[in-house]
Design a protein around this ligand. Structure first.
Ligand code: NAD
Length: 301
C-alpha cells in the first residue's frame, strides 16, 4: 500500500453481512472510497445507497484497491475468497494490504499470511468484538495479528471502525485472542441464561433482579447488551448461534493442540451445539436461554 499520496487509500470490502455492511458504511462516512462485493446483491445495493461502489466479483472489487478487507462467515469462505481461483490473491496488486476481520482459526490466518507473502500482498488478521451494535456505532474492539509496520499502516482504517485497537502479536495472534473472547462471551451468556431461568422458577421480579445484578460484580457487557433479548424472548441476530458454534470449535481445537484444559468452555460448546441441533442455529446467541429452558422444563409463575 502506498501511503505517500494524499488521497486516502481505496478499500475493497468483501462480505457485507450483519457486521461487514455497517463497517463498510462507516468507512465511506470516514472518507474512504469503498468498493463492496457480497454473495447476495441486496447487501451491495445497501452499500451503494450509503455512498460506496458495487462490484460483481471479488476480482473486480480488489483490482484497484490499496486495502482489501474480508468479513466473511468462516474459514471455508475466507479460504475460497482469498486463495481461490478468482480470489483476492489472484487479482490484488502487489503491495496491497489484506485485512481479514472475520473470525477464523489461527492456522487459517497464518496460511493466508504465507500465501500473501508469496504474492507480495501483506496480510493482517484483525477480528473484532462488539457485535452488530459495535459495528454500527464504530466502537468495535479490534485485535490484530501480523507485522507491526502493517498494523501501523492499517491503524487509520481501524480507527474508523473501532475505539479499542490493539496489535496483539504476529500472524494468527489476533485470532487466538478472538477465540479467548468468544470463550468468555459464551460462558457469560450461558451463566446469564441460567440465572434467568433460576430467577423465573423462583418467581422473582426478573427486570428488577437483572437491574441490580447489572450494577454489582455480576454486571457485564453481556448482561447489559443481552438482557432485553432474554426478557422479551426476542432472538433475531445479532450474532448467530451457528457462528458462535463455529467459534467454540476453534476454541476447543486450539486448546487441544495447546494442552489447555477448558472444562467450562467445552461444556458450553456442547450446549451451543445442542441449540443448533434443536433448530436454533439461526437465532442470536442469547437464545442459549432456550437451551436452559429445554433442560429445566416449563416456566412456573
Ligand atoms: P453474516 O453471515 O451476516 O455476513 C457474512 C456475509 O458474507 C454475508 O452477507 C454473505 O452473503 C457473505 N458471503 C459469504 N460467502 C461469500 C463469498 N464467497 N463471497 C462474497 N460474500 C460472501 O455474518 P456476520 O455476523 O457479519 O459475521 C461475519 C464474521 O464476523 C464472522 O466470522 C463472525 O464470526 C464475525 N463476527 C460477528 C459478530 C456479530 O455479532 N455478528 C461479531 C464479531 C465477529
Amino acid at each position: 500500500m502506498d501511503t505517500s499520496h494524499a488521497a486516502p487509500p481505496s478499500i475493497a470490502f468483501i462480505g457485507l453481512g450483519i457486521m461487514g455492511g455497517p463497517m463498510a458504511a462507516n468507512l465511506v462516512r470516514a472518507g474512504y472510497q469503498v468498493t463492496g462485493h457480497n454473495r447476495s446483491r441486496a447487501a451491495v445495493d445497501r452499500l451503494v445507497s450509503a455512498g460506496g461502489r458495487g462490484a460483481q466479483s471479488v476480482a473486480e472489487a480488489v483490482a484497484d484497491a490499496d486495502v482489501v478487507i474480508t468479513m466473511l462467515p468462516a474459514d471455508a469462505e475466507v479460504t475460497e475468497v482469498v486463495l481461490g481461483e478468482g480470489g483476492v490473491l489472484a487479482h490484488a496488486r502487489p503491495g496491497t494490504l489484506l485485512i481479514d476481520m472475520s473470525t477464523v482459526g489461527p492456522p487459517t490466518a497464518t496460511a493466508l499470511a504465507e500465501a500473501g507473502r508469496e504474492r507480495g500482498v501483506r496480510v493482517l488478521d484483525a477480528p473484532v468484538s462488539g457485535g452488530e451494535a459495535g459495528a454500527v456505532e464504530a466502537v468495535l474492539s479490534i485485535m490484530a495479528g501480523g507485522d507491526a509496520t502493517d498494523f501501523e499502516a492499517a491503524a487509520p482504517v481501524f480507527r474508523a471502525l473501532g475505539t479499542t485497537v490493539v496489535h496483539v502479536g504476529p500472524h494468527g495472534a489476533g485470532q487466538t485472542v478472538k477465540a479467548a473472547n468468544q470463550l468468555v462471551v459464551a460462558v457469560n451468556i450461558q451463566a446469564l441464561a441460567e440465572a434467568v431461568v433460576f430467577l423465573e422458577k423462583a418467581g422473582a421480579d426478573l427486570p428488577a433482579a437483572l437491574e441490580v445484578l447489572g450494577k454489582g460484580l455480576a454486571g457485564s457487557t453481556v448482561l447489559n447488551r443481552k438482557k432485553d433479548n432474554m426478557l422479551e424472548r426476542s432472538f433475531a441476530p445479532g450474532f448467530r448461534i451457528d457462528l458462535h458454534h463455529k467459534d467454540l470449535g476453534i476454541v476447543t481445537d486450539t486448546a487441544r493442540d495447546l494442552g489447555a484444559i477448558l472444562p467450562t468452555g467445552s461444556l458450553v460448546a456442547q450446549l451451543l451445539a445442542s441449540c443448533r441441533a434443536n433448530g436454533d442455529g439461526g437465532l442470536d446467541h442469547s437464545a442459549l436461554l432456550r437451551g436452559v429452558e429445554r433442560l429445566s422444563g416449563p416456566r412456573t409463575g
